[in-house]
Ligand binder design. Structure first.
Ligand SMILES: Cc1ncc(COP(=O)(O)O)c(C=O)c1O
Length: 397
């Protein structure tokens, strides 16, 4: 029997402090009481408006609209591209609950697509769904930072006149062949929730080059008649064309979250480098353990991982026992194959508000798929302590 490793003396839920600039800005917001982005005589220079401008600029997109969550960003993007009640919307099944939730929110029907061994959308499943459902919308989720062959995806999107909505909740700062994720589709959505690449507590962001989509999102997000306080916005004629006939869903971002995120954008690249080096070290360690493997990442991808996924060849009962052992040593391993949804992790069979769908490849992969969150502050010693616990918890096959 191997020696029992020392329990972890740090938390996997650890997050970085908000940088001093952000703390000062938030203190100023609190002492002024101006927590809301709009005002009749203020609002033009709000933190939210600044964040939208910077987000659009770093992605080279015309418009960015900040909202109150990533899930609401997805909902607004779907409505803005014209999704109607009962319309089929294709989405890759390997994702998290806010994605089918956003489709349900706008009354559409989620068509789940299967998963490849690389943990990305199965392209045959996509082609088949296009043929059999006639769906015109692909909501593509880069779940846990896993990015499919975007050249192939875009070929299918263009060849079938699909609208591509990118769910970039886990890929802020990642790239496909040098192109930033969130710049490849018609609209893209980001999450600013605490455990993402930037931490606003809550929040979401929508990017697009399409003026009608931007105008509709600005109005739906809840800008009242104050939409001119957006610095990143289409011309007035476009906005007034949509005003009045566009409902207000009140999904605005607040000033505190925006100030927190703004202060993190200058250090995003440095954080991504830290995350990549942590991921590389832990991936090397886990792949050297018998019965465990880490899926390959294409050389076309420049990743921005905030977690690591690995596949186990063990029986379900052994996986359960291993998770229990790791947990008792302070290492929370999540399992997509667990019968009950837990924490942030769920899969399609847990979304019982959807009609059941057959997804053979997804199901067989999820049964073996494990997941660990990675704080960006992990030292080499802390990475090695994680590897040691994984090695101890999973018995040799
Ligand atoms: C893959 C994915 N998409 C979308 C979202 C939605 O983000 P939010 O939590 O900000 O609503 C999440 C949230 O974790 C997510 O994991």
């Amino acid at each position: 029997m191997d020696k029992v490793p020392e329990p972890l003396d740090f938390s996997l839920s650890a997050v970085d402090p908000i940088p001093p600039d952000g703390v000062a800005a938030i203190a100023e917001i609190l002492s002024s009481g101006n927590l809301f982005r709009y005002g009749e005589s203020v609002g033009l220079d709000s933190y939210v408006a600044k964040l939208e401008q910077e987000f659009a600029q770093i992605h080279g997109k015309k418009y960015a609209i900040a909202v109150n969550s990533g899930g609401c960003a997805l909902f607004l993007a779907l409505v803005a591209v014209g999704v109607t009640n009962g319309e089929p919307v294709m989405m890759n099944a390997f994702t998290l609950a806010p994605v089918p939730g956003a489709i349900k929110h706008c009354g559409a029907e989620a068509i789940l697509l299967d998963t490849s061994a690389e943990l990305v959308i199965d392209l045959d499943s996509l082609l088949n769904a296009v043929k059999t459902t006639g769906s015109r919308i692909l909501l593509l989720s880069y779940m846990r930072g896993h990015i499919p062959d975007m050249d192939e995806v875009l070929k299918i999107v263009r060849g079938n006149n699909l609208v591509l909505i990118e769910d970039c909740a886990h890929v802020l700062g990642a790239k496909w062949n040098g192109r930033a994720m969130g710049t490849l589709g018609d609209v893209s959505c980001f999450s600013l929730q605490t455990y993402k690449q930037v931490n606003g507590g809550e929040g979401g962001m929508i990017l697009t080059d399409d003026e009608d989509i931007a105008a509709r999102v600005i109005l739906m997000s809840g800008s009242y008649m104050l939409y001119r306080q957006h610095q990143s916005r289409p011309d007035d004629e476009v906005l007034s064309k949509w005003a009045g006939k566009t409902p207000n869903y009140s999904m605005r971002l607040n000033e505190i979250s925006a100030a927190a995120v703004l202060s993190q954008l200058p250090i995003l690249q440095q954080r991504i480098e830290q995350w990549n080096s942590i991921h590389r070290r832990i991936a090397t360690g886990i792949s050297s353990i018998e019965g465990l493997s880490v899926p390959n990442v294409s050389r076309m991808i420049q990743p921005a991982p905030t977690s690591i996924q690995f596949i186990s060849q063990h029986e379900s009962s052994e996986i359960n026992a291993a998770i229990h052992t790791a947990n008792s040593l302070g290492l929370q391993i999540k399992w997509f194959g667990a019968e009950e949804a837990s924490g942030f992790t769920s899969i399609h069979c847990h979304w019982s508000y959807l009609p059941p769908q057959t997804l053979d490849s997804t199901d067989s992969i999820m049964k073996r798929l494990l997941d660990i969150r990675l704080p960006s502050s992990l030292s080499d010693e802390e990475c090695d302590a994680i590897i040691e616990i994984v090695k101890y918890a999973f018995p040799s096959t």
